[in-house]
Design a protein around this ligand. Structure first.
Ligand SMILES: [Zn+2]
Length: 143
């Protein structure tokens, strides 16, 4: 079980983690507490396809800065993230074309609902997953 970290993670801002011997590790991104990516390293680009619910509809879109993007779209709930860019977004738009209501909005039902449930099971809470991907990408850049 994760415990509260003695201080916030410098990579993702996470507040819970696990202690191994004398070292704390962030439960969200996996970085060692106190460590931070080299300031010379530009933040990695993480492209996600997002599933954003408004009433009984869902918008399937993509962004490399989802926090800013999602703040600009009226919605009730972020249902899921999936790692991917424009190409995956186009694939999903085609896959669920029968449910398309217009633009990037689809009716939340049937195979689309099943797909989103699957993502939530496999990938978990979207922002926790995003921080995990960010931590992994920073680690790849730093090694
Ligand atoms: Zn972290």
């Amino acid at each position: 079980m994760p415990d509260p970290l003695p201080s916030r993670c410098r990579v993702c801002g996470g507040e819970v983690g696990e202690r191994h011997d004398d070292t704390w590790f962030c439960a969200r991104c996996g970085w060692r507490l106190g460590d931070a990516p080299d300031a010379d390293i530009p933040p990695p680009r993480i492209d996600v396809v997002y599933y954003l619910r408004y009433r009984d509809r869902v918008k399937i879109g993509t962004s490399a800065s989802p926090r800013r993007r999602l703040a600009a779209i009226m919605h009730d709930e972020l249902l899921a993230f999936e790692p991917g860019d424009r190409r995956l977004e186009r694939e999903r738009h085609q896959q669920f074309a029968d449910l398309r209501e217009g633009g990037e909005w689809f009716t939340l039902t049937g195979l689309l609902a099943t797909h989103i449930d699957g993502l939530r099971t496999r990938i978990g809470e979207p922002w926790a997953a995003y921080d995990r991907w960010l931590g992994e990408a920073f680690r790849r850049l730093s090694s």
